[in-house]
Design a protein around this ligand. Sequence first.
Ligand SMILES: *[C@@H]1O[C@H](CO)[C@@H](O)[C@H](O)[C@H]1NC(C)=O
Ligand SMILES: *[C@@H]1O[C@H](CO)[C@@H](O)[C@H](O)[C@H]1NC(C)=O
Ligand SMILES: *[C@@H]1O[C@H](CO)[C@@H](O)[C@H](O)[C@H]1NC(C)=O
Ligand SMILES: *[C@@H]1O[C@H](CO)[C@@H](O)[C@H](O)[C@H]1NC(C)=O
Length: 457
Amino acid sequence: MVRYFVTAALAVLLSVTLVRADAPKCGPGSLCPASAPCCSQYGQCGVGAYCLGGCDPLFSHQLDSCVVAPVCKSADYTLKSLDDVMSIDKYLGDSSSINWVSQGQPVVYNNALLLTMAQDTVGTLLASTHYVWYGKISAKMTTSQGQGVVTAFIMMSDVKDEIDFEFIGVDIEHAQSNYYSQGVTNYHNEENLTVSNTVENVHEYTIDWQPDTLTWSIDGNVMRTLKRSDTWNATANRFDYPQTPSRIMLSLWPAGLSTNDIGTVNWAGGLINWNSPYMQNGYYYAMVQEVSLQCYDPPSGANITGKNSYVYNNEAGTNNTVAIVDETEILASFYATGENPSYNPNAVVSGSKSSAASAPTQSVETVPGMSGGGNRGGDPVSSASASAGEATGTASVAAGESAATGSAAAQATASGGFSQGGGNAAGSGASALKTEGRVLGGSVLAICVAVLGLLVI
Ligand SMILES: *[C@@H]1O[C@H](CO)[C@@H](O)[C@H](O)[C@H]1NC(C)=O
Ligand SMILES: *[C@@H]1O[C@H](CO)[C@@H](O)[C@H](O)[C@H]1NC(C)=O
Ligand SMILES: *[C@@H]1O[C@H](CO)[C@@H](O)[C@H](O)[C@H]1NC(C)=O
Ligand SMILES: *[C@@H]1O[C@H](CO)[C@@H](O)[C@H](O)[C@H]1NC(C)=O
């Protein structure tokens, strides 16, 4: 019920460190330029990892700028090690070898994975490399606790359809269930589901997502059912029902930062206490024991010409515009894109590096959410740049925006994490917008406007 502009889950994405102030932004009516064709989930344009998971085809330079999305793969993922987890600055799209990508600090503990959030960091995000186009997705997990701390288990598509379980750290007796269609905020979609102590007890949270019905279950009990037929939106002339291939995401993030908009902070129960008894070993944590995925057959009537990847063939971004094709794409470098997956300015050609002339001449973003906070020695951005081979040409160079913004981001980066940082997200001095008593800071506002176009003053 307490809803702010963007879904909480999307806020995770949006509040990740903004990238260079001058990096092209993307959103409705504003597609990425050819030089940086991929529109990341954060609404910024780039190449490389920008074109992988989360790349929004509707706002990218072309529909095929984003790398094609690996099809659903049924599996039980017991997260007992980091063997199946790769930092997003290393991942080039080979989903046959890695099932999860991470930002932040996942930690192995007791045959499970901890999503951690140390002081002044912005937590951890885990996303599947495979997409799901209808299926039954379960996570056995515990949540974190404390005001301002949010744990989430969600499904999100590249066009921002969303199905959520969210856990507010001040209410450990409820899971908030929610859904969104193409990122459009609807204040009435949220429902609280009762559950016993989400911190102490491992519960199994299940999303059973079918073309016509969607259920949220806890420990095998159906707690909520949504029918597609009840979601008709006459204005948009479509069902506001999650209907496009989505990734599984698990995250722990700091909604309660003073730099975040007040609506977000209030929703999450207040500001985070970094000396909390709920922290251990210096961090907040949520534990994920196991994620299981049972894929359903593609919907009847689906456009199937292959078996490897999902693609969109129309800007509507609805179920009927998704096709399944044989094509697969693995990027040759962090400068490659869906349009040109084999591009590698550092490829060895005839025993020597290809000419410098073929390397990007302009600064271009390569890893969303990681490359904006300035060049932090030893952090993943540096290695991404290094592996891409041209550090000076990349966004890892500190940009004005990061310098101008909050210390949370800066400190987060010092510990090697990524930055979901409210630090800059909340805007540096830009005027805040007020709606329904909720204030949204400058940068987030800019992005929300750009990405979602849904703000009403
Ligand atoms: C869900 O619970 C939270 C408190 O945990 C409350 O603020 C919110 O209004 C509730 N939502 C609904 C729809 O009742
Ligand atoms: C229907 O869709 C339009 C356009 O996307 C959106 O602005 C509006 O909020 C939607 N209506 C509801 C009730 O969600
Ligand atoms: C897409 O959804 C419509 C309802 O909006 C349904 O009639 C159609 O069968 C669906 N198509 C696919 C391929 O899922
Ligand atoms: C089916 O998908 C393929 C691949 O995207 C596309 O070329 C073709 O036009 C689609 N057919 C229909 C009827 O939408």
